[in-house]
Structures are given as structure tokens and as C-alpha cells.
Design a protein around this ligand. Structure first.
Ligand code: NAD
Length: 346
């Protein structure tokens, strides 16, 4: 039996409580939140779970094997460090910490104390992302040219972090997973409209090796909820729309070939053969994908790592890589879109 404590029961925490509560041989013993009303909410849904306003009560509880931290980003480091030092396994919500220095320190502490440290990059546990990874790895799309990612809707406005730190961790973790690499450079422009100094809309450009170019738009200021990724390869193109209930992924056998030998000298063409480009528009198909709840897969993975001493798919280093990209985005945002070069040392 793995015995758990959950810290932070605001917007996201109850989803974690629901998923961990349904895992066999796992028991949520106690939940902590500073806000009494959030604890009453948990108690009304799960009368057997104890509640506390002070997470230190969980630190001192020898019965607890592991904790899940779903508090605001700026609090992750201190709480996680306390629990790792108290010899508990730790799962932290995305992004792992507010800085790469903090993430690295948590990794070292977990390694020293031989504890599992995992970050919830939820999408890495979702069936569509697993399918897209499979399609990319099989080279079905050919060589990847561009990736376009849009994650916009109205709200939820955050008080302490900008839209990049709130929404982009999802897309950054997916990108790193797809390409098995971190970007070489990052450029970002954004603007604050609702709260001074906190960007609510940002456009981010990331260059990977082999000329793979990624453009990302994250915003809390859009009337429509859009969650779309378009991947353009030299063989095929893929569109993933996460707002759809089914057929989330479509693969288009579309492309264009340039026949360099045919390029005419004059800027007009007399015959069909002189066209230098051939456009291809073949079939479109939808691959079959599973429909397991990603959070449930993630929760089961954390428990499996604890029970079987496994390295998590989204371990501390995975969290660190995402935070490094976020720091580069932040630097570029504050320097009017300056190109920031990333160091690939992890
Ligand atoms: N994986 C996902 O898809 C996903 C979705 C939403 C949020 N998140 C992440 O979850 C985390 C929480 O986000 P949220 O939207 O639920 O925030 P929230 O503000 O709604 O909830 C945070 C809760 O933590 C509590 N809290 C703060 N400090 C505490 C402390 N020291 N001890 C105990 N409780 C404390 C607050 O009272 C609040 O109830 C963030 O890291 C966020 O990025 C992840």
C-alpha cells in the first residue's frame, strides 16, 4: 500500500485527488490547503480523507510515503524540498519550479535521498501525444519542417505568473518529447493588457537543429478555445486538435516538390512541364487512438515508479529542461524579442 498526502486543493488539486483515489493499493491519507473552504470541498467528496491547513503536519507523519504538490508555481520548490528532506517521494505539478537553479537542487536532493522526483507533464501521458510521437519516430511525416502550436482561450488569469509560465509548459514538454531535443534558440514577444507586468498574450519562436522551426501562441485573451498543433513534414502533414472529442489527429498526404532542373530562366511558363513545383494532395486519414484519461495514466506511472524503483518518464531532468526553455522565453520577453541561445547540458 502506498500512502499519500496531497498539498494544494484549488482548481487542479481535486483532479489529482480523484485520480489517485481510484488506484488500487494506494490510499490518500491527508490533504492540505491554506484555504479552509477548499478543505471542506475535499471533505464533502471524500469523508475518509483527513485535512489540514498546515502541510508540516504531513511532513511529520511517518505513515506517508509520497506527496503530490499542486500549489502555485512559486511555492513548489520550498514544499518539495521539505518533503524530499523528510524522505518522501514527490510529484510536482507543472512547471516543476520557478527557476532552473531550484529544479537542479531538487534533483540533487532526490538523488541523494534515493527518492522518486516526478513532474506532471500531463500531455506526455496522453494517447494522442503517444500516437504523434510514434508517427514522427516512424518518419511517416518525413523530415519535419515546421510545428505550429496554439493554446488560447479566455482566462484563467494568473496573479503571479505570465501566460508563458502557465500555458507553454504543456507545449514545450510535448515538443521536447516529440523531437527528443531542446531548442537551440528562443525568441518571444508578448504584452500585458489586464494585469501590469504579467503578459497575457505571447508569441514564441523556437529553433531546433536541422532547421526545425516552431511557432507557439499562448494567450488568456481569446474568445475561442483553441488547442491545435500542426506538424509539417516533407512527406505528410499532421493536425492535432485537442478540443475535438474524437478524430483528434488527422494526417494529410499533402506536400510540394520542387524540380530544380525545371526552373525556367524567364519569370513565366509557356508549358505545363516548365512548372517547377508539383503539389500533391492525396488522402487524409485519422489514426485510431486510445481514450484513457492522461491524468490517470500519469498517476499510475508515479505509483509504479515508487513501487518498482523506476525512473519516471517525466523525471526531475524533464522538468528542468522545460524550465530552462521558460527562462529563455522570459528573458526574450523582457528584452523585446531578443534571440536567446540555450545551452544543451542536460
Ligand atoms: N497539469 C495540468 O494540466 C494543470 C492544470 C492546471 C494547473 N496545473 C498546475 O497546478 C498547480 C496549481 O494550480 P491551480 O490552478 O490549481 O492553482 P490554484 O490557485 O487554484 O490552487 C492552488 C491551491 O494551493 C493552495 N496553497 C497555496 N500555498 C499553500 C501551502 N503553502 N500549503 C497548502 N496549500 C497551499 C491554495 O490555497 C490553493 O487552494 C500549478 O503548478 C499549475 O501550473 C496543472
Amino acid at each position: 500500500m502506498v500512502k499519500l498526502g496531497i498539498i494544494g486543493c484549488g482548481y487542479w488539486g481535486p483532479n489529482l485527488v480523484r485520480n489517485f483515489n481510484s488506484i488500487q493499493d494506494t490510499e490518500i491519507i491527508i490533504c492540505a490547503d491554506l484555504d479552509e473552504s477548499r478543505l471542506s470541498h475535499i471533505k464533502s467528496l471524500y469523508p475518509k480523507i483527513k485535512v489540514t491547513k498546515d502541510y508540516k503536519e504531513i511532513l511529520e507523519n511517518d505513515e506517508i510515503d509520497a506527496v503530490i504538490i499542486a500549489t502555485p508555481i512559486e511555492t513548489h520548490y520550498k514544499i518539495a524540498k521539505d518533503f524530499l528532506n523528510a524522505n518522501k517521494h514527490v510529484l510536482i505539478e507543472k512547471p516543476i519550479t520557478a527557476s532552473s537553479k531550484e529544479a537542479l537542487d531538487l534533483i540533487k536532493t532526490a538523488e541523494k535521498n534515493k527518492k522518486v522526483l516526478m513532474v506532471d507533464h500531463t500531455f506526455e501521458f496522453s494517447s494522442p501525444i503517444e500516437k504523434i510521437k510514434e508517427i514522427i519516430d516512424k518518419k511517416e511525416l518525413g523530415k519535419i519542417f515546421t510545428i505550429d502550436m496554439i493554446r488560447v482561450n479566455l482566462g484563467l488569469f494568473q496573479e503571479k505568473v505570465n501566460v508563458a509560465w502557465d500555458l507553454a509548459p504543456h507545449d514545450i514538454s510535448m515538443l521536447i518529447y516529440y523531437l527528443n531535443d531542446i531548442p537551440l534558440t528562443v525568441r518571444a514577444v508578448g504584452q500585458s493588457y489586464i494585469r501590469d507586468g504579467i503578459e497575457d498574450d505571447a508569441h514564441i519562436n523556437l529553433e531546433f537543429k536541422d532547421k526545425v522551426m516552431v511557432n507557439m501562441h499562448v494567450s488568456w485573451l481569446d474568445p475561442c478555445k483553441i488547442r491545435r498543433t500542426t506538424i509539417v513534414g516533407n512527406k505528410k502533414m499532421l493536425v492535432y486538435d485537442d478540443t475535438l472529442n474524437d478524430e483528434k489527429i488527422k494526417i494529410f498526404d499533402k506536400g510540394v516538390t520542387i524540380h530544380k532542373a525545371n526552373i525556367p530562366k524567364q519569370p513565366y511558363y509557356d508549358t505545363y512541364e516548365q512548372w517547377a513545383l508539383t503539389y500533391r494532395s492525396g488522402d487524409t486519414y485519422t489514426p485510431k487512438i486510445g481514450n484513457k484519461e492522461p491524468l490517470s495514466v500519469m498517476a499510475n506511472h508515479f505509483i509504479d515508479c515508487i513501487k518498482n524503483n523506476k525512473k519516471p518518464l517525466t523525471d526531475g531532468y524533464s522538468g528542468l529542461r522545460v524550465v530552462k526553455v521558460l527562462e529563455a522565453i522570459q528573458k526574450s520577453l523582457k528584452n523585446d524579442g531578443k534571440k536567446i541561445v540555450l545551452e544543451n547540458d542536460n
